[in-house]
Design a protein around this ligand. Structure first.
Ligand code: ZN
Length: 325
């Protein structure tokens, strides 16, 4: 009985919405609270141990019995995540041409189940774009060797490779995220994850370093969609350690080394209300009726909102029905 109670108490901290360091505090706090809550019983939890699977822990009780607890895994559709999976080559989707991509793609970055965490705090000291006639396809953030580098979003490790195989990147981690985005973490001193491993936003994945083609300790950080790099500053406001918006409206034009984020492009970078006509779903609405009302098609509405024809229409939800470029 007591063990069941403990399990229920422990589950919430597996449901990660914060950065890793903060989580550890929650974990020990939760255990402390549990001991108090269970006050003086003969089977208090006295320790937790790691297992081979990081989502499974062992809880040791005071009477030396033990039991497993399961932490919640990131809510990821692994099948769609691993389309075009390539663990051999650094850059995936090499046969996808930019010309074949849609002009605009909405990428949902965070929602109630998926969080964001800044990979490392610091200001960008070398921007995306041409640098002494050489393309720089990411941003550089200064750090000290050994600083924690955290996963930006939930995802799966596609590449975890040492310097000898990555050329200039040094020790490199590439994470694939459920929305198709990939994030790159270069010049690491140490890699703490393996190919195929699920990671949660904010999870410690490696330590900062100076490996590869690097002239001082820093994180080389890239964001790519369908293998094509774009300026990470379109996604992350590094000055304030925050996301620029919950949804990134990624224009095909951004997938270009000359397309750098600047504050003047701020408004066109976010999914602003002016770009769409919305319809608030009322009781009795059907996709067919909504499409007819706004002189569009069901397929177009599904695509705009990344839903299928069978998605249940939740009353009160706002659907994008028309887009204005
Ligand atoms: Zn760099």
């Amino acid at each position: 009985m007591k063990r069941l109670k403990l399990l229920l108490f422990l589950l919430p901290f597996g449901f990660t919405t914060l950065c890793a360091q903060e989580n550890k505090e929650i974990e020990s706090d939760t255990l402390e609270n549990n001991r108090e809550a269970m006050g003086g019983g003969e089977s208090e939890a006295i320790d937790t141990l790691d297992t081979k699977d990081k989502f499974t822990k062992i809880v040791i009780f005071e009477d030396f019995t033990w039991s497993y607890i399961q932490l919640e895994k990131p809510d990821i559709d692994e099948e769609s995540l691993t389309e075009n999976w390539d663990s051999e080559r650094i850059h995936a989707y090499q046969d996808v041409e930019i010309a074949a991509l849609p002009d605009v793609t909405d990428l949902v970055l965070i929602d109630s189940l998926h969080a964001f965490c800044i990979p490392i705090k610091g200001k960008v000291y070398s921007k995306y774009g041409y640098r002494h006639k050489h393309p720089h396809r990411g941003v550089d953030i200064p750090l000290n060797i050994g600083d924690s580098v955290l996963a930006t979003f939930d995802g799966m490790v596609r590449i975890a490779e040492s310097s000898s195989k990555t050329g200039g990147y040094g020790n490199l981690i590439i994470l694939r995220h459920p929305n198709g985005l990939e994030t790159y973490y270069g010049h690491l001193s140490k890699i703490l994850v393996q190919e195929g491993e699920l990671v949660t936003a904010g999870e410690l994945i490696g330590y900062g370093g100076n490996t590869g083609r690097s002239t001082g300790p820093h994180l080389h950080y890239e964001t790519r969609y369908m293998g094509k790099a774009f300026d990470p500053e379109r996604v992350i406001d590094f000055d304030n350690a925050n996301l620029r918006s919950d949804t990134l409206t990624l224009k095909k034009d951004y997938l270009n080394i000359n397309s750098r984020y600047s504050s003047s492009s701020k408004n066109s970078n976010t999914a602003s209300a002016q770009s769409y006509t919305y319809h608030k779903i009322r009781s009795g609405d059907t996709l067919g009726a909504i499409a007819q009302k706004y002189h569009t098609t069901i397929d177009k509405i599904c695509k705009l909102n990344r839903i299928s024809r069978n998605t249940t229409l939740q009353i009160g939800r706002k659907l994008k029905v028309r887009v204005h470029y």
